[in-house]
Design a protein around this ligand. Structure first.
Ligand code: C2E
Ligand code: CA
Ligand code: CA
Ligand code: CA
Length: 279
């Protein structure tokens, strides 16, 4: 396009689809966000079904855009992945989450786990074992309290690569969870090969409980299967007391969802931890 001169380039740009232009704009914005410190982590409690206590947090990325306000990860994670920016962003997320979790530990607010999402592109682009090792060393947060969430579809797409990586991460002492479980078409035999600690039931199976008998059957089966493999099971997207009752009946270990709390900024999460300590 360059050799054809300016006119040709303009022509090409006009020919770009709306989607492509939007992607380029988001990518440029993301570079700026990373450089200017516009990324934030929100935290959502992971709650024990039996005791009702907060036993962990999931770190969820937000982009505080000066013009647009808070941008949801659904809009920019795909662009971060296709542009490769997910590597530096993911590195920032891991360090920030470990630093925050260690601050809460040091303040005596509890010994909860911190769960961080990692995307499959991050495996390919960076030495995740080194990145995780750095975050742990810099923060002083214990490896055994850090949990990495990997989607079931990522495990299914590149099983050999995932197995090698997860084995190394597991050897560091980390906890590993399978995110969005039930949506990735993986077989039981498949899951058994990975050094997994936790299954996270995808929220699409929780949403229509108790109306959907099918979803109740699927969720029950995942809980039973997870337990038979020696795994803990967490349900995502719990919004109603009826859903929580169902999970209690089925012996699900923990849950996340608006019923307890939306993802919140660190100061608001700290209030939840202090209330729990006081109560
Ligand atoms: P996810 O890992 O499955 O995260 C759960 C999503 O469900 C979050 O959306 C959370 O806010 C939302 N959620 C939690 N409780 C409820 C509920 O009761 N009802 C409903 N309807 N939704 C609930 P969020 O924060 O917008 O994140 C969307 C996705 O973006 C995440 O899905 C994850 O795949 C990705 N993501 C977020 N942070 C990161 C990150 O640091 N790195 C990577 N690679 N991906 C991330
Ligand atoms: Ca997750
Ligand atoms: Ca493990
Ligand atoms: Ca999920």
């Amino acid at each position: 396009a360059k050799a054809l001169g300016r006119g040709a380039w303009c022509f090409y740009e006009e020919g770009m689809t709306q989607g492509a232009r939007e992607r380029l704009a988001v990518e440029a914005g993301l570079r700026r966000a990373l450089a200017n410190g516009e990324l934030r982590l929100y935290y959502q409690p992971q709650v024990s079904v039996a005791s009702g206590r907060i036993v962990g947090a999931e770190a969820l990325l937000r982009w505080q855009d000066p013009q647009e306000g808070l941008v949801s990860p659904a809009r920019f994670i795909p662009v971060a992945e296709s542009s490769g920016l997910i590597a530096p962003i993911g590195q920032w997320v891991l360090l920030e989450a470990c630093l925050q979790a260690q601050r809460w530990r040091s303040a005596g607010l509890g010994s909860m786990t911190m769960a961080v999402n990692v995307s499959p592109r991050q495996f390919a682009l960076s030495d995740l074992v080194a990145v995780v090792g750095d975050a742990l060393a810099q923060s002083g947060f214990p490896a055994t309290s850090l949990e990495l969430e990997i989607t079931e579809s990522a495990l299914a797409e590149r099983p050999e690569q995932a197995l090698a990586l997860l084995t190394k991460l597991g050897d560091l002492g980390l906890r590993l969870s399978v995110d969005d479980f039930g949506t990735g078409y993986s077989s039981l035999a498949h899951i058994k090969r990975f050094p997994i600690d936790v299954l996270k039931i995808d929220q699409s199976f929780i949403r229509e409980i108790p109306e959907s008998g099918e979803d109740m059957a699927i969720s029950s089966a995942i809980i039973a299967m997870g337990h038979s493999l020696g795994l803990a099971v967490l349900a995502e997207g719990v919004e109603t007391p009826a859903q929580l009752d169902f999970l209690r009946q089925r012996g699900c270990d923990s849950y996340q969802g608006y019923l307890r709390s939306r993802p919140v900024p660190p100061d608001a999460f700290e209030v939840l931890l202090r209330d729990q300590l006081a109560g």
